[in-house]
Design a protein around this ligand. Structure first.
Ligand code: C2O
Ligand code: CU
Length: 496
């Protein structure tokens, strides 16, 4: 029965996506890669670092002479890279210059629920919201994007996304490539499809996975190349696509070292030749280049269920180019990668005081569709839990939890592969997978304001594959989520 379900699922997936894709061909990668600017900030007397973000509509010239209507932060597409150190207080003033309400969520950040930027912290058009918190987690590649319930897919796909990099004493001390835009490159990957002067969001006929584009952009650049001048190049890979899963690697089975996952550095570099990232996941890799050569970052065929449902660039070949690195004729020597990086701060599954189960279906998680007024799970501050995530839905899903970085304890009964051994906030859960995660909730407690967990295939999230949890003190029970519309407007007025 299971085998039949898989086959039927795969057939449908193929039917859904087969018609929607065109061929990119072998056009040269000759557009200089855009590097998102590092956001300016001011530091107040008490040490608070203050940023300014504005959501705005604009036009972007992805292709010469062709204007596309897009959204961005402080610009027409994507946003600046925010950066802060562990221990720093930060405050971000987020203005909304769009003509509809949205929100901004700090994906991967440990922070109080009312600063999280989920669907309960909406920002009305013309209003502003000013969350603040203290950075209390290791160096990592995090990102930010809107999270309005039912419209996240659209708002991200139009271009609202940016990086939030965290640094700490260890990351400063380690001899890793760390010159932003030089040997430490942000690589925000998205798939797009152009439809006249706008970005298409067409899911195609009966396509249940979500939007799949027919070409990719990196940091908003089509067919990008980057000239590099160092032997070792660190790539901060971010899958900011709304539905597409990638298996990144280099032709000729060139190895690279994985040094970090969603929430920070690994214990030691792990040498591999592929890394699969589903929407929302990040990986920091370091690749060696030789003087004068061109090295293409590609996405390769995906051996698990991910490969079935999404069609490819270039007629049946599930392999397409993403970013060309052009090494200069003279390269600066890079120090060797350290043998050990850090002691990742991962929860210990053996300390778990309770377990929960999450069954992933497009119709909802555990059979329930998202309800803003319902708290689905109540967890106690200061405890560790074991969550079992299961997908038997015949289609790809992933699982993202706000506020925490978790440990993958088990994948289908086995120890996790190296790519899943670091701190994670999002994991790919293909059909036929059961995954065990250890999560530790350190608070602060707030019985009234929930965090989200959801599928990060954003069409699925919008369709209701999302639930809400609150963190409470021992013995306390969950409160009532605020009416989001009123709360959002009130917050915005106070914040603005
Ligand atoms: Cu990246 Cu709940 O989101
Ligand atoms: Cu899903």
């Amino acid at each position: 029965v299971t085998a039949l379900a898989v086959t039927v699922g795969a057939l449908f997936a193929w039917l859904w996506t087969g018609a929607a894709v065109s061929t990119v061909g072998k056009a040269p990668f000759d557009n200089a890669l855009a590097i998102p600017p590092q956001a300016e900030s001011t530091v107040e007397r008490d040490g608070t670092r203050v940023f300014d973000l504005r959501m705005q509509a604009g036009e972007t010239e992805f292709q010469e002479g062709r204007r596309t209507t897009t959204w961005g932060f402080n610009g027409s597409y994507l946003g600046p890279t925010l950066r802060a150190k562990r221990g720093e207080k930060v405050r971000v003033r987020v203005g909304n210059d769009l003509d509809e309400a949205s929100s901004v969520h700090w994906h991967g950040m440990h922070l109080p629920a009312r600063m999280d930027g989920g669907p309960h912290q909406m920002i009305a058009p013309g209003a502003a919201w000013t969350p603040h918190w203290t950075v209390d987690q290791p160096a990592a590649t995090l990102w930010y994007h809107p999270h309005p319930h039912g419209k996240t897919e659209e708002h991200v796909r139009r271009g609202l996304a940016g990086l939030f990099l965290l640094d700490d004493e260890e990351s400063a001390r380690l001899s890793l490539p760390k010159r932003y835009g030089v040997d430490d490159l942000p690589v925000v990957v998205q798939d797009v499809r152009f439809d006249g002067s706008r970005l298409s969001g067409d899911r195609g006929l009966m396509q249940n996975v979500g939007f799949l584009g027919d070409r990719t952009v990196v940091n908003g650049t089509l067919r990008p190349y980057r000239e590099v001048h160092d032997e070792l190049i660190r790539l901060r890979l971010v899958n900011a696509s709304t539905a597409r899963t990638y298996a990144f690697g280099f032709p000729g089975d060139r190895d690279f070292s994985l040094i970090g996952t969603d929430g920070g550095l690994l214990a030691r570099p792990a040498v591999m030749d592929r890394i699969q990232l589903s929407p929302g996941e990040r990986a920091e890799i370091v690749v060696r280049v030789e003087a004068g050569e061109r090295v293409m970052l590609r996405s390769f065929p995906q051996d698990n269920y991910g490969g079935f449902w999404q069609r490819r660039f270039g007629g049946g070949d599930d392999s397409f180019d993403v970013l060309e690195l052009r090494a200069a004729r003279q390269l600066r020597p890079s120090p060797r990668l350290p043998a050990t990086l850090t002691e990742p701060e991962l929860p210990d599954g053996a300390e778990a005081v309770r377990g929960r189960h999450f069954d992933l279906k497009l119709s909802g998680i555990n059979g329930r569709s998202m309800d803003m007024g319902r708290i689905d799970e109540t967890v106690t501050r200061g405890t560790t839990e074991l969550w079992t995530i299961r997908n038997t839905n015949g289609m790809p899903h992933n699982f993202h939890v706000h506020d925490v970085q978790f440990r993958v304890v088990e994948v289908n009964g086995s120890a996790p592969p190296p790519a899943l051994r670091g701190p994670k906030d999002t994991v790919f859960v293909p059909h036929g997978t059961t995954m065990k995660l250890a999560l530790r909730f350190t608070g602060p407690a707030d019985p009234d304001v929930p965090y989200m967990y959801h599928c990060h295939l954003l069409y699925h999230e919008d369709e209701g594959m999302m639930g809400q949890f609150v963190v409470v003190e021992k013995g306390q029970s969950a409160g009532t989520p605020p009416d989001h519309a009123e709360h959002g407007a009130g917050q915005a007025r106070r914040g603005g």
